[in-house]
Ligand binder design. Structure first.
Ligand code: DGL
Length: 260
């Protein structure tokens, strides 16, 4: 029996798309959701500084919450730190994520796949290696968006999104080549599934949008290894590294059953 929580870490509110799947699969678990909003957006950070920041934050988070398991669904963070963080905290299980390039390559019929991510994820060697390893027979277009993560943050708090901007940001994902068209877009940022209906609406043609949230939650469940939880007496928490969650943010977190 354990009352240790599962920690979920993201640069902002994007990881909530994974938390909602994790809750379905692990209803007896307590969750601590950590948003590094003081450093949001991660997409534009230089790699060494961001890596150091996340490693330092985890030293503190693991000490403070003593989680049973930590999940880093944030692609921008995970593609950068997952190896280093496992090395730094051996013995603590981490679930990371990588852009869902392999499933996309398996599923595409046209052979044209796009990966929509932050500029950080797009430039990672990790992402490039995934393409070489799993999608060498496809044409993979990497699209780094500077605006979508922030747009999703605003949308979730205020309910407003400028569809014109969504249309512009996703436009480079749509490729036509020799009579074939992109048929799969990988959502390689936790924030993007919040906007997927707007993306569908503004897309030049229908495609499959791959959201890895459920797969990440399944991976976390598999690592729990059948351990039982004492049904949490304490509430699920949301922690903001800025220490300043405004009214709209607190309301959003409450909507997800998280106490700030
Ligand atoms: N949520 C993040 C991801 O999954 C990135 C958003 C950002 O901080 O730029 O990649």
């Amino acid at each position: 029996m354990t009352d240790r929580p599962i920690l979920m870490f993201d640069s902002g509110i994007g990881g909530l798309t994974v938390l909602r799947e994790a809750r379905v699969l692990m209803p007896d678990r307590r969750f601590v959701y950590v948003a590094d909003d003081a450093a949001f957006p991660y997409g534009g950070w230089e790699e060494p500084a961001l890596k150091q920041r996340i490693l330092d934050l985890f030293a503190d988070l693991l000490e403070r919450f003593k989680p049973e398991l930590s999940v880093i669904p944030c692609n921008t963070a995970s593609t950068l730190v997952i190896e280093a963080i496992r090395e730094r905290f051996p013995g603590h299980p981490f679930v990371g994520t990588v852009p869902a390039i392999k499933p996309a390559a398996e599923r595409t019929r046209s052979g044209l796949v796009s990966v929509l991510a932050t500029p950080g994820t797009v430039k990672r060697q990790y992402t490039r290696d995934l393409i070489t390893q799993w999608a060498s027979k496809c044409h993979v277009r990497l699209v780094g968006s500077h605006k979508l993560a922030a747009l999703a943050e605003t949308y979730m708090r205020e309910g407003f999104v400028d569809e014109q901007v969504v249309a512009e940001e996703i436009a480079p994902c749509f490729v036509e080549q020799d009579g074939r068209r992109t048929d799969i877009v990988v959502l390689a940022c936790t924030h993007y599934p919040f906007l997927v209906n707007r993306m569908r609406k503004t897309a030049p043609w229908p495609v499959d949008w791959i959201d890895p949230a459920e797969a990440i939650a399944r991976r976390a469940l598999s690592l729990l290894d059948g351990s039982q939880a004492t049904r949490a007496v304490e509430p699920d928490l949301a922690v903001f590294t800025s220490g300043k969650a405004d009214f709209a943010t607190r309301r959003l977190m409450q909507g997800f059953g998280l106490t700030v």
